[in-house]
Design a protein around this ligand. Structure first.
Ligand SMILES: Cc1ncc(COP(=O)(O)O)c(C=O)c1O
Length: 359
């Protein structure tokens, strides 16, 4: 194990599994004894071909993905997908969006540059503290876009919104692979790697192949999904090192027992923390209980004036990254797949001690 690790509650880039870090460290210097580091090799060579194909195969196994779907590795973060989705998939129609927070709003703003957008549901009037269930999808929409987990507000869809026959498009950046997923419900799902999948620098998208038919001609080459699908994400130099780390994280997920086991752990970890918050009047969760995220636990101290001191003492005690997003304040514990359960127990202990010395 690695010495002097602190508990990393960062919302992203976020904690990676220790086993993965150790393997990455060794292979960064000398990849499997071949005499070259993994970041120094050609993306067209045998070793990298095995890495990218291995990552795809692993993801396919984890999701039981059918051949109707293509996996692509791209760059520009999830933010670039906010543009690519409408550019590629709007096809002259109106697109429906569910507005559940800052990231949804950014996706909507981007889509408006390419066509007409309808907001099919929103929780803005309640400061994005819940997930709307009443979704008004128009049957002739190009697609319905939603953000499965709202990293900033700590809310999460417990199941997919019903899009009927309309293609469902999902920004799953902050909860991808946290539980088993029935991809057959989706037209396209995308996620930046830096929360549950690896380091920043690569974004994964899974696209149903029939949607490629509606892509307009003459899109810029790197903004056209077909470029990635037709060239196995190797049209140009892909982010080789992040893809390699993703490949290691996917192997780690499989070795843990796959997504059903990871979901069990995630539910247990989040349950422990929410129980601790609910057990005391000193703390209060900010998301409505039925909409709580198992990835980003957002809460406040009832006496908000104590928050700076809470965060300062937490940092001194070895809990990093607990400050809420700058737009909402408060406390946010991001507890992605790789976050260890021990860290939750330690945080709860710290919260109790802080309460007894200030309550
Ligand atoms: C849900 C969600 N969508 C999109 C983004 C933006 O991702 P990126 O910085 O990779 O563009 C984030 C980043 O935190 C996010 O949490």
């Amino acid at each position: 194990m690695i010495e002097n690790r602190i508990y990393n509650f960062s919302a992203g880039p976020a904690v990676l599994p220790e086993d993965v870090l150790v393997r990455v460290r060794d292979n960064l210097v000398n990849y499997k004894g071949c005499g070259l580091g993994v970041a120094e090799m050609s993306h067209r060579g045998k070793e990298f071909t095995q890495i990218i194909e291995g990552a795809e195969a692993s993801l396919k196994r984890l999701l039981s993905l059918s051949d109707d779907y293509a996996i692509i590795f791209t760059t520009g973060g999830a933010t670039n997908q906010f543009s690519m989705v409408p550019m590629n998939l709007m096809a002259g129609k109106t697109a429906d969006y569910i507005n559940t927070g800052s990231w949804s709003k950014k996706a909507i703003a981007e889509a408006k540059k390419f066509g007409e957008v309808r907001v099919a549901a929103s929780s803005q009037e309640e400061s994005f503290s819940y997930i709307p269930t009443d979704v008004d999808v128009s049957s002739d929409a190009a697609y319905l876009h939603f953000t499965s987990n709202n990293t900033i507000f700590g809310t999460q869809f417990s199941s997919e919104p019903d899009a009927g026959s309309v293609a469902l498009v999902c920004d799953a950046s902050s909860d991808f692979l946290h539980k088993p997923l029935d991809v057959s419900k989706y037209g396209l799902i995308y996620a930046g790697a830096q929360k549950n999948l690896g380091p920043a620098g690569v974004t994964i998208a899974i696209i149903r192949k029939d949607l490629l038919d509606r892509i307009p001609e003459n899109l810029p080459i790197m903004l056209d999904y077909r470029t990635y699908v037709e060239n196995n994400s190797l049209y140009n130099t892909p982010p080789t090192f992040p893809i390699y780390v993703v490949r290691e994280v996917l192997s780690w997920l499989e070795a843990q027992g796959g997504l059903a086991e990871i979901e069990k752990r995630n539910r247990r970890k989040a349950g422990m923390l929410y129980d601790a918050i609910d057990a005391s009047d000193f703390y209060r969760g900010t998301a409505r209980k039925d909409s709580r995220s198992v990835m980003n636990v957002t809460f406040r101290l009832t006496d908000e004036a104590l928050e700076p001191s809470f965060l300062e003492k937490a940092a001194a005690a070895g809990f990093s990254g607990l400050k809420g997003h700058r737009s909402v304040g408060g406390v946010r514990a991001s507890i992605y797949n790789a976050f260890p359960e021990q860290g939750i127990s330690e945080l709860i202990k710290f919260m109790r001690e802080f309460e007894s010395s200030h309550g």
